[in-house]
Ligand binder design. Structure first.
Ligand SMILES: CC(C)(COP(=O)(O)OP(=O)(O)OC[C@H]1O[C@@H](n2cnc3c(N)ncnc32)[C@H](O)[C@@H]1OP(=O)(O)O)[C@@H](O)C(=O)NCCC(=O)NCCS
Length: 175
């Protein structure tokens, strides 16, 4: 990419690409022992989508810190087309939340179903592996603000596990 092309991404925070769509055909090498798509393959593609969306947005290498709510509620069949719709929902100082909606399409019947939505927290790193600031996300619509607030609530819940409040004498467990 030459410097002129790169400038279109880096001009302003608003110009940064915050969403991404990737499509993958589910091929026989992705089958589990039951003949449907292997969960590990779904996770691997989700991680690639999250990486691509986050890195494109911040312009830095990004790693996965956490994944929230991967639920294999419905099987995905070999031969289906999977669409991954990803978007940066939230930015902190160095972290980003990428929400990913997964749509499976039966290409013969032309039917589609929403199989899963999950949330990846990605952290931008410099060449020494140190977390670095990301461009703050501009919130342009009510939907942007709702997604940001929901991501913030998930982050607060995660940080609660990182720094749990001190254990008191009273406990709600085992009562
Ligand atoms: C991601 C990583 C670099 C973060 O390291 P760290 O020492 O926690 O870095 P920092 O303390 O600077 O935190 C970086 C960001 O992560 C957030 N974070 C760290 N731990 C967190 C937790 N438990 N819950 C929520 N957010 C957390 C911090 O709040 C910060 O975000 P912010 O700047 O937007 O506020 C480090 O954990 C790592 O290298 N993990 C392995 C990544 C990897 O290999 N992924 C592939 C999975 S197999």
């Amino acid at each position: 990419m030459n410097s002129k092309q790169k400038a279109s991404h880096t001009g302003s925070v608003d110009a940064r690409p915050r969403s991404l769509e990737m499509t993958v055909l589910v091929t026989p090498n992705m089958a589990n022992f039951g003949g449907k798509m292997h969960g590990g393959d779904v996770l691997k593609i989700l991680d690639q989508v999250a990486y691509t969306c986050a890195t494109r947005y911040c312009g830095q290498y990004a790693v996965t810190l956490s994944v929230y709510r991967v639920l294999f509620k419905h099987p995905i069949y070999i031969g289906e087309l999977l669409r991954f719709l990803a978007r940066v929902n939230y930015t902190g100082r160095t972290s980003m939340e990428v929400g990913i909606k997964v749509i499976a399409e039966n290409i013969k019947k032309e039917s589609v179903r929403h199989t899963n939505t999950c949330y990846f927290t990605m952290v931008a790193l410099d060449e020494d592996g140190k977390a670095v600031p990301v461009p703050p996300l501009s919130l342009r619509s009510d939907t942007d603000r709702q997604r940001f607030a929901a991501a913030q609530a998930r982050r607060t819940a995660r940080l609660h596990f990182k720094h749990p409040p001190p254990q008191g004498v009273e406990s709600t467990h085992g009562a």
